[in-house]
Design a protein around this ligand. Structure first.
Ligand SMILES: Nc1ncnc2c1ncn2[C@@H]1O[C@H](COP(=O)(O)OP(=O)(O)OP(=O)(O)O)[C@@H](O)[C@H]1O
Length: 270
């Protein structure tokens, strides 16, 4: 049995003939591993995710899936007043059958999954009343009860505050390391990719378009080429552990700044 859950080779897509959104992307995700897909607005991250999910057919290249796949969309909204427990139970739909009622075993599995994420007390609350971070966790619980082998997440942390970003990123790594799930996620944040991904696929036209180990591929030069702005890779210690992150370099404006005590332009020198 292979450990690979998805493998894609030389994938390219054009919504209209000969107008390529991207070409030549390749990568793999194995059990227990995390792949981050990184790139600027409009480079085709969502398009590639949809192809990996099988929601469309790639114009060229091959995509092979070897397990059960679950999708976690960007901040999830529902138009109907489902309870948190109902939302998680929907993950069992594939096992229950569409017209049958969930049984005790299904409800126990859903409550277990909620408890894993510390959400058991919210089971009867309306889903739409939860915070963004809580909603993301509920959707992760739903993927767990669906028995997914591979989670595909579209910008899981982009709409969350800092505390919830850390929470979701930590869970992504735990689901891979502790549950043996494979994870693919898109992100705008190279420091998120560096913190939790084993491998990264930068979506940059004309570059070597294969995924590679995060620490090797996330160089300052590669990110500058990707985003067109400088980023600094910074190492530091926190509670005895070494970490690395990226700092964005925001240019200082040359405009006069009255907080520095500099004379304003309309004051003549003596
Ligand atoms: N259904 C579609 N039909 C035609 N063009 C599309 C369609 N969906 C996306 N595109 C185009 O494909 C390109 C890539 O879009 P996509 O949403 O995949 O990029 P993205 O990297 O996810 O962007 P963002 O970071 O802004 O979410 C864009 O130019 C977009 O306008």
């Amino acid at each position: 049995m292979t450990d690979e859950l998805i493998r894609f080779s030389n994938v390219g897509h054009a919504y209209t003939p000969a107008r390529w959104v991207f070409r030549g992307y390749s990568g793999t995700v194995a059990r227990g591993r995390v792949l981050a897909i990184l790139g600027p607005n409009g480079c085709g991250k969502t398009t590639l995710l949809r192809l990996l999910l099988g929601l469309g057919r790639a114009t060229e290249g091959t995509i092979e899936r070897f397990g059960r796949v679950a999708f976690v969309p960007q901040l999830f909204q529902v138009g109907f007043d489902y309870s948190v427990l109902d939302m998680v139970l929907m993950g069992r739909a594939g096992r229950i059958g569409l017209l049958a009622q969930p049984g005790r075993a299904d409800e126990a599995a859903a409550r277990d999954a909620l408890a894993r994420f510390g959400l058991e007390d919210l089971a009867r609350r309306p889903f739409h009343e939860l915070s963004g971070g809580q909603r993301q966790l509920v959707i992760l619980a739903r993927a767990l009860v669906a028995g997914a082998d591979l989670l595909i997440l579209d910008e899981p942390a982009s709409a969350l505050d800092l505390g919830n970003q850390v929470l979701i990123l930590d869970w992504i790594r735990r689901l891979a390391r502790q549950e043996g799930l494979g994870v693919v996620f898109t992100t705008h944040h190279p420091h998120h990719a560096l913190a939790v991904a084993d491998r990264v696929l930068p979506m940059q036209d004309g570059a070597d378009n294969h995924d590679a180990p995060a620490s090797e591929i996330l160089t300052e030069a590669r990110l500058r080429a990707l985003y067109g702005v400088p980023l600094k890779r910074v190492a530091f210690e926190h509670e005895g552990q070494r970490h690395e992150t990226f700092a964005l370099v925001i240019p200082h404006s040359n405009a006069p700044d009255d907080t520095t005590g500099a004379p304003s332009p309309d004051v003549s020198p003596p």
